[in-house]
Design a protein around this ligand. Sequence first.
Ligand code: GAL
Length: 419
Amino acid sequence: MRSFLKTKTAIALALTVSAGAAHADGHGGVEVLHWWTSGGEAAALNVLKDDLEGQGVGWTDMPVAGGGGEQAMTVLRARVTAGNAPTAVQGLGFDILDWANQGALANLNDVAAAEGWDDVIPAALQQFAKVDGKWVSAPVNVHSTNWVWANKAVLDANGIAVPTTWEEFTAALDTLKAAGVTPVAHGGQAWQDATVFDAVAMSVLGPDGYKAAFIDLDESALGGDGMKEAFDRMAVIRENVDENFSGRDWNLATAMVINGEAGFQMMGDWAKGEFLNAGKVPGQDFLCFRFPGTSDQVTFNADQFMMFDQGGAVSPEQAKLATAILSPSFQSAFNVVKGSVPARTDVSNEAFDDCGKKGMADLAAAASSGNLFGSMAHGHANPASVKNAIYDVVTAHFNGEYDSETAIVELVDAVSIAK
Ligand code: GAL
């Protein structure tokens, strides 16, 4: 109910603001719809705003709060239905393909050709940015979801080394619980539950099993013993969150790790943006490591800006925005702040901190070993209908509505109805 009300308010706001936005567009600016509203996200977005404003392109901000972007996508649908699409919209994976297939997106091929996007943007991203030979969106970054963030002082005080196996991880959780520290900072929202599940499922199923279950939607993988084990592990994690987890925003969960109230958070590397924004230093104040059992794999999601067709060729402002996003200097400056890694393969890792350098190295290694997979939780494995069906089961199980045995039956069922 709460998120429904939030969404209704957001839509009302969107429809009100849009009149002003059309005016701003008329004066040569861009209106950008996005969900980057946390401290770290806003700091990263400012890098883009400043870049554009430096080129004389006005910026009308259209933020829609809600990690993972579900509320933003609801607002977007309302705007498009009202015939008033924003100029540029943050989008993920299959959502981008969906809008492109509906003919809603402008053709960026001229910009892409002039800037050589085909040669520098990795194939894994091109599959979500190019439809029928037409570039329809500008990739900003590559995030990955199978990370753990830890408070170093809390781990040190409790004699905990970075866990590399599930058994070491659960032993660490037990130690923290006994010491009166919340072991896992978590926000009970479906997309956050699914983000944790991305990593947990990968650790149990391995790359082949992850692909079979979430990308190929193979029923025996979705309903097999491995998946049951993944749900069992989610139940263990559920026992290690605090009692106020329900509905908490992801960045407030990150703040619990930053403050030392909690030991760990399983979250994509946008969490790093929160640590940096709080003045924390990787290796000194906080640690980043791959979820135990997934050190060779990467489940990725890439934020992109879809350019909505404004009734003709791509506008000069859209072209400037797209060019700015893919410039190597912007790719470095933005991703250093955001916690993600560049969407181009030719950007130096020099300006990145240790977590960023690791992120870049992991991504390159996973891409060349065939261990790079689109994140189920962040719309890079399946269209929204299937993703939401998986969310429902993962969340119902996490909230104790049914056990793991029932969860795998529900999962097979829900996916087969949704696909
Ligand atoms: C993801 C997005 C990230 C981050 C996160 C939390 O879907 O890719 O950039 O913003 O949501 O809001």
